[in-house]
Design a protein around this ligand. Structure first.
Ligand SMILES: [Fe+2]
Length: 228
């Protein structure tokens, strides 16, 4: 019987450590009963060897992603236990409910990011995504300029090309950290990680050089598939 759960989250590289703890009653429902099916980290090792991305950088990034998966499972597990224990009206429950958005999106955004990498040759100018970008931005080059400008903004977060499913329009968005500024009801098509851990090992402070490397390796077919 598990009667004490703790989880430790390290936010980013060299970030602050946050320790949250929850003590469940000894006679609580068994761990087996409440444990949700754990989510498993995906394997993106096929990306090793991409031009402009060192093996060290990618392996560190994969490890960081796996941490988000682990913590998402842990926080979900603790929240499920607290629900079973009738502990929902507690500050601990409220803080973990706030926290899960950060962990979950940290996990999922990395999956979108890794899954839209590994391509070569640039966008298919005759494809449906290029046509849609031209329709909404005037031409591909204007979209690319805007997306790179979003990715160059100071701060840590993500540059994301979204499709607003209510009207089909495409737009570039800045996601702060992992959880702030997601446009409701929109579908992410292309994701670029611009946390320092995504580029500093290879490029130091030269984020623009990393963005160029990212563009050389976009798997545009992933974006095409995500487009509705
Ligand atoms: Fe990342």
């Amino acid at each position: 019987m598990l009667n004490r759960r703790e989880f430790l989250t390290i936010t980013g590289l060299g970030g602050a450590a946050i320790l949250l703890s929850y003590t469940a009653p000894v006679k609580a429902v068994s761990e087996k009963e409440v444990k949700a099916m754990p989510y498993t980290a995906k394997d993106y090792s096929k990306l090793i060897g991409m031009e402009g991305f060192s093996e060290t950088l990618l392996k560190n990034h994969f490890t960081l992603y796996q941490g988000y998966v682990t913590n998402t499972d842990k926080v979900m597990d603790i929240l499920n236990q607290m629900l079973k224990d009738g502990k929902t009206a507690t500050p601990e429950y409220a803080e973990l409910k706030r926290r899960i958005g950060w962990e979950f999106n940290g996990m999922r955004l990395h999956e979108y990011y890794f899954e839209n990498l590994g391509g070569k040759g640039g966008i298919n100018k005759d494809g449906k995504l290029a046509k849609k970008l031209t329709e909404d931005f005037g031409n591909y080059e204007t979209w690319e300029k805007d997306f790179k400008a979003v990715g160059s903004m100071r701060g840590i977060g993500w540059a994301v090309l979204y499709q607003d499913v209510t009207n089909g329009k495409l737009m570039n968005f800045w996601i702060n950290e992992h959880d702030v500024s997601h446009p409701a009801g929109c579908n992410p098509l292309l994701i670029m990680d611009v946390f320092e851990h995504a580029f500093m090992i290879d490029y130091g402070l030269k984020r623009a050089d990393y963005i160029e490397a990212f563009f050389k390796n976009i798997l545009w077919s992933a974006g095409e598939t995500r487009l509705k």
